[in-house]
Design a protein around this ligand. Structure first.
Ligand SMILES: Cc1ncc(COP(=O)(O)O)c(C=O)c1O
Length: 403
C-alpha cells in the first residue's frame, strides 16, 4: 500500500510535481486526426450551395435515430433549442409545472421559463447526481405536465423507475441527453426512454460539432411533426403559420461534420470508458479511493448503466475541493466545477422562493464536485500526471497540517 511519505515530491515545493500541462479538454487533438475528411466534407457543402436543408442533415437524422434506436430524429440549432422545442411540441404552457433537477446546466431550466411554465426543482441521488425517483414522485401535483431527467455527465438517470412514475401519472418525459449520446440504461439508449430525447452537439460534448447544433429523438409520428412545425416558424405550407414557432435548424455544414464524427462515436466512447477505468484503478492503487487519505469519492456507475463519461467528477470531502482545484491549476492541469451554483440558487430564479437548504444533496454536490480530464485523446502520461498531482496534494505537508 502506498504511504504518503513515499510519494515523489520535489524538494523545492512539496506540492509541486515536475509535470507537463494537461488540458481539461483539447478538441483539436480529435479533430486534427480527421482534418482532411472534415475539410472535404465542408468543401462539398460549400460547392453544393445547400447550406440549409442539405442531404447531410437528413443523413445525420437517420444515423442519430439509429444510435438512439428511435423512429425519428430531428436536427435543430442547439441542445437548448431541442429542450425548448420539446416543451412546445408537448404544449407545455403557463400554469403547468415541470419537474427537473437543479444540478444541471442552465438550459434544462430556462426552456421551462421560456414557455411560461413553472419550474419545480427536485433533489438528486448523491451517488450519481441524477434525479432521484423518490423526489420526482413527491413533487408531482395535478399541474405537473412534464418531467425532465438529465443524464448528467454521461450516465442515464434511473429511467425505468422515472418512466414508471410518469406513466402512472400520465406525464410525458423529456430526456435531457445533452451529455449522454450513446449512453444506455438497461439496454435502452438515452433518448429512447421518454416521449422526446434532447441532445447537444456543443463542441465539448461526446459528439462535438464545430459550432452549435442539437437534435431531438422521438418515437411518435405526431409529436415529431409538431417538433418540425415549431422548429420552422410554425409554417405549413409556406407563409402559412399554424402556430408561433421559432427558427431552429441544423446547418448542413455542421451535419456533414457531425456525420463524419458519428461514424467514430463508438471509438470515442470506448476511449472515454478506458480512461475512466484507468482512473478508478490508479486512484484505487494509490489508496485514495479506499480512504488512506480519507478524502474523495470516485464517480459511481449504477447497475445497468452504459456510462459514456462526458465528464469524470470526483467528490472532494473535508472542504478541500477549491484547494485541490487551485493546486491542479497551479500544475497546469485542467480542472473544472460542474456546477458550482445550483440553479435554484441562481439570481434569476430567486422569485421561485428556494432558499439555501431546500435541496441539500444538490447543494452539497455543488460544493464538493471537481472534474478532471477524461477526453478520448488524453495520453497515459497525462493521466498519470493528473493522478500523481492529486496524490501529491493529499500527501503534502501543507495538506496534513491543515487536515
Ligand atoms: C445538460 C445540458 N442540457 C442542455 C445543454 C444545452 O445544449 P447547447 O449548448 O447545445 O444549447 C447542455 C450543453 O451545454 C447541457 O450540458
Amino acid at each position: 500500500m502506498n504511504s504518503p511519505d513515499r510519494l515523489p515530491l520535489t524538494s523545492k515545493n512539496p506540492l509541486k510535481l515536475d509535470s507537463t500541462p494537461v488540458p481539461l479538454l483539447d478538441v483539436n487533438r480529435g479533430n486534427s486526426l480527421i482534418r482532411d475528411e472534415i475539410i472535404a466534407a465542408i468543401t462539398q457543402v460549400v460547392d453544393s450551395g445547400r447550406f440549409l436543408h442539405g442531404p447531410e442533415v437528413g443523413e445525420l437524422e437517420c444515423a442519430m435515430a439509429g444510435v438512439a434506436k428511435t423512429k425519428h430524429a430531428i436536427g435543430c440549432a442547439a441542445g437548448s433549442d431541442a429542450l425548448l422545442l420539446a416543451l412546445m411540441a408537448l404544449d407545455i404552457c403557463p400554469g403547468d409545472e415541470v419537474i427537473l433537477p437543479s444540478f444541471t446546466f442552465f438550459a434544462t431550466a430556462s426552456c421551462v421559463s421560456r414557455v411560461g411554465a413553472k419550474i419545480v426543482f427536485v433533489d438528486i441521488d448523491p451517488s450519481t447526481y441524477n434525479l432521484s425517483p423518490e423526489t420526482v414522485r413527491d413533487a408531482i401535483t395535478s399541474r405537473t405536465k412534464a418531467i425532465i431527467p438529465v443524464h448528467l455527465f454521461g450516465q442515464c438517470a434511473p429511467m425505468d423507475e422515472i418512466c414508471a412514475i410518469a406513466t402512472a401519472n400520465k406525464i410525458p418525459v423529456i430526456e435531457d441527453a445533452a451529455q449522454a449520446i450513446g449512453a444506455a440504461y438497461k439496454d435502452r439508449p438515452a433518448g429512447a426512454w421518454g416521449e422526446i430525447g434532447c441532445f447537444s452537439f456543443y463542441p465539448t460534448k461526446n459528439l462535438g460539432g464545430m459550432g452549435d447544433g442539437g437534435i431531438l429523438t422521438c418515437q411518435d409520428d405526431a409529436i415529431t411533426a409538431k417538433i418540425r412545425l415549431y422548429a420552422s416558424h410554425g409554417m405549413q405550407p409556406r407563409y402559412h403559420h399554424k402556430v408561433i414557432g421559432i427558427n431552429s435548424r441544423l446547418d448542413t455544414i455542421q451535419a456533414a461534420i457531425l456525420g463524419l464524427k458519428l461514424n467514430r462515436l463508438n471509438e470515442y466512447t470506448h476511449s472515454r470508458q478506458a480512461n475512466a477505468t484507468r482512473y478508478h484503478q490508479w486512484f484505487s492503487e494509490a489508496g485514495i479511493e479506499t480512504g488512506i487519505y480519507g478524502q474523495f469519492d470516485l464517480p459511481k456507475t449504477i447497475p445497468g448503466a452504459l456510462h459514456v463519461w462526458n465528464q469524470y467528477g470526483i467528490r472532494v470531502h473535508q472542504g478541500r475541493r477549491d484547494q485541490l482545484k487551485a493546486h491542479l491549476q497551479e500544475q497546469k492541469i485542467g480542472a473544472e466545477i460542474y456546477y458550482p451554483i445550483p440553479l435554484h440558487m441562481q439570481e434569476c430564479y430567486r422569485s421561485l422562493g428556494y432558499v439555501e437548504g431546500s435541496l441539500p444533496e444538490t447543494e452539497k454536490a455543488s460544493k464538493e464536485i471537481l472534474h478532471i480530464p477524461i477526453y478520448p485523446e488524453l495520453t497515459l502520461l497525462e493521466q498519470r500526471t493528473v493522478v500523481d498531482a492529486i496524490k501529491c496534494f493529499y500527501a503534502s505537508a501543507a495538506y496534513r497540517r491543515v487536515a
